[in-house]
Ligand binder design. Structure first.
Ligand code: PLP
Length: 455
């Protein structure tokens, strides 16, 4: 596999200006040899515990959605940056490779008896980082936040019932609703000078007799909002009063920019509000472990939990558990170094776009590694609405944002996500994932700016 994509990997390294030494290190790790992985992990220890997020780490040739899928679907072998799906480009925390290598020494992969210390690691992580007390008995493992949400939707939202969403919101929720035969009820957020907020009257207005569930995204994908305790309490009060269950998806919670704070829904002082919720979390966004298929949910309400649990079938893999346990017990230093790096990436995006892309507007988000770009002027300039209308036919609607997405892929060699898939309010926007090395980010921004200057 590595050989097949070697050309792509090499041209990626060249474009990103990587030194011969770094390129060698990258391909040694990319070769997949266990010895190379362990040696590279040991090298981090030799750097005095300072992790290298700066050297671009090519994922080309690893069947990644973020890069390889874009290269394949856009037939774009010289992609400068895959900036779509929400995972990271960095070489992961070395404790992962070390733990996996250690486990791989024993060559049997029979059924796994989930060790108690994995649950203890989840509980300890949440206590240490967020002072959140979780009873270990209430932690339910799942193979991802999606399967967890689906189990709760199956338990509490009968097919045909409505599910409230503050939009624009994570596009994957719509897939979960389709899967469970439930109906999205978009509640558009207020947008003032690039900042989003919840209109609480509007929110309540959207609740009807057939609304059983609300999916909260905290912090919010794609807008990057961290919700305040006041916002969460207002929303929690409305849901409690109107008998709507809160499913709090907090998968992005570790990413908090300077001066911001993550408030777990389950930490609200009003215990009745908390008892009306289930929280879903994972280490997968924080440590780029998405394909290791591990997540968990919990609730202080045993009745809710047992009903959701009854719909949950989680076959967690041995390697997934080992990788996740490793980061929860040994990954904090790596993450603590990554967070300011991401924050500085956000600053770069903000200042670069302001200075060089008059057709694009953005506001630095409060958290996540996602930027939300207003591209209405770009859409106008390239006639995206007219193009979308002419490309649409019965059964296949093309949105102007998809036209803009294709335009950036063709003209800037950068893959972004079309805002139209994020529900009402996603129009005229693109989502850009900035969890990449600064060199790759800079190259992507420069390429976008150059392409925009030509229109
Ligand atoms: C808000 C949110 N929830 C859930 C997911 C997917 O979670 P998982 O891969 O654990 O199913 C994502 C992935 O981007 C996300 O952004």
């Amino acid at each position: 596999m590595a050989q097949k994509h070697d050309l792509n990997r090499r041209s990626f390294l060249k474009r990103a200006g990587i030194t011969a030494f770094a390129a060698g290190a990258a391909s040694a790790v990319g070769s997949g040899s266990l010895t190379a992985v362990v040696a590279a992990a040991a090298a981090d220890v030799a750097t005095g515990g300072k992790f290298d997020f700066d050297t671009p780490y090519s994922r080309v040739g690893t069947d990644s959605v973020k890069w390889d899928q874009q290269i394949r679907s856009y037939k774009q072998p010289n992609l400068i940056a895959g900036m779509g799906i929400a995972d990271q480009d960095f070489r992961a925390a070395p404790c992962i490779a070390q733990a996996l290598a250690e486990r791989c020494k024993h060559e049997n992969w029979g059924y796994l008896d989930m060790p108690k210390d994995y649950i203890e690691a989840i509980v300890a992580w949440n206590k240490k980082r967020y002072n959140l007390d979780i009873d270990p008995e209430t932690v339910v493992l799942t193979t991802g936040v999606h399967p967890g949400l689906i189990s709760a939707l199956r338990a509490f939202a009968p097919p045909g019932s409505k599910v409230l969403l503050n939009t624009p919101t994570y596009n994957g929720f719509y897939g979960d609703l389709r899967y469970t035969g439930t109906i999205p009820e978009d509640v558009p957020m207020r947008l003032v000078n690039g900042r989003y907020s919840i209109d609480f009257d509007e929110f309540e207005h959207h609740i009807s007799r057939d609304t059983n569930v609300y999916i909260l995204c905290n912090p919010q994908n794609p807008t990057g909002n961290h919700w305040s305790p006041e916002d969460l309490t207002r929303i929690g009060e409305i849901c409690l009063r109107r008998r709507v269950l809160v499913l709090a998806d907090e998968i992005h919670c570790d990413f908090v920019n300077k001066g911001q704070k993550y408030t777990p829904f389950a930490s609200l002082p009003n215990k009745d509000i908390v008892n009306n919720s289930i929280t879903f979390k994972a280490a997968s966004k924080s440590f780029s472990l998405a394909a290791m298929k591990n997540a968990w949910y919990f609730s202080t309400n045993p009745d809710l939990l047992s009903k959701a649990r009854a719909m949950n079938r989680a076959d967690i893999t041995t390697l997934g558990m080992v990788a996740n346990k490793a980061v929860l017990t040994q990954g904090a230093d790596w993450l603590d170094q990554l967070l300011p790096y991401i924050d500085a990436n956000h600053d770069l995006v903000d200042s670069y776009i302001r200075a060089n892309m008059p057709l694009v507007k953005t506001v630095k988000p409060q958290g996540t590694y996602l930027s939300w770009l207003d591209i209405s002027a770009v859409a106008d300039r390239i006639g995206a609405k007219q193009k979308a209308a002419s490309m649409s036919k019965a059964g296949r609607m093309v949105s102007p944002e998809t036209v803009v997405q294709d335009w950036f892929a063709d003209n800037a060699k950068v893959a972004l996500n079309a805002g139209s898939s994020y529900g009402t309010g996603g129009e005229n926007h693109m989502r850009m994932n900035i969890a990449t090395s600064r060199k790759t980010l800079q190259a992507a921004l420069e390429s976008m700016s150059m392409a925009l200057k030509k229109i």
